[in-house]
Ligand binder design. Sequence first.
Ligand code: MLT
Length: 268
Amino acid sequence: MHTAINGITLAYSDSGRGFPIVFLHAFPLNRTMWAQQESALSSQFRIITIDLRGHGDSDAPLWHYTIEQATDDVRALLDHLAIRQAVFVGLSMGGYILLAFYRKYSDRVKGMVLADTRAQADTVEGKAGRFQMAQIAYQQGSSAIADIMIPKLLSPATIQTRPEIVQQVRTMIEGNQMSGIVGDLMAMAERPDSVPLLKQIACPTQIIVGELDHATPPSDAKLMADQIADARLALIANAAHLANIEQPETFNQIIAEFSRKLVSADRL
Ligand code: MLT
């Protein structure tokens, strides 16, 4: 499905019935990274997955991208779908967007799942790495970005033994336009520090991290769990950064239990 929002066309999927769960994908992927969550959870919940601006089937305008602009796109889509409140799941860059969304639109958030992400802003070296990657993207194209990103996103065991997953991730990365990839890198480099926000988070929060995640390691997850008042932390074994793809059953079970509890607490 598509809709015109904030001057662009945004692509999304809306399936199932029940309390809505909105999924925000990682860099530089698209909404199909949530395929296994959509098929497993749409029997109990309304599942919304979004191609963020610059990704997948959404427009990728050649202009300045910000994390805050992504939050405005998400809010506009919720308005379009007449969704007042939802559970949100953000993985990595999706988590950066989710924290920014909470900062601006906390009344729309019933609960948050922060997966394989971090609250800290980029370090000086991290920002320099973004600009280097943008140069590589510009000079060598998206398949060079796939070569760099795949070892950061997936565990060595997955890379060696599950070629279909590696191909799925490569296809997502190579399907993105250069304006979107470079725009994301700028947006992530410029994002503010969300650590001061953590103590203000008042909604139930589930934190998830793959035990082999080196991109946003378990120490980053623990920092968030220590500072958010009502947070639980789940460590997923045999998963790296894309824990939802490498260990979908465990990931789905955590999301389903967390969301069911929120919805049933409402009914009491
Ligand atoms: C992601 O998976 O979204 C990225 O690894 C996030 C980042 O580069 O900070």
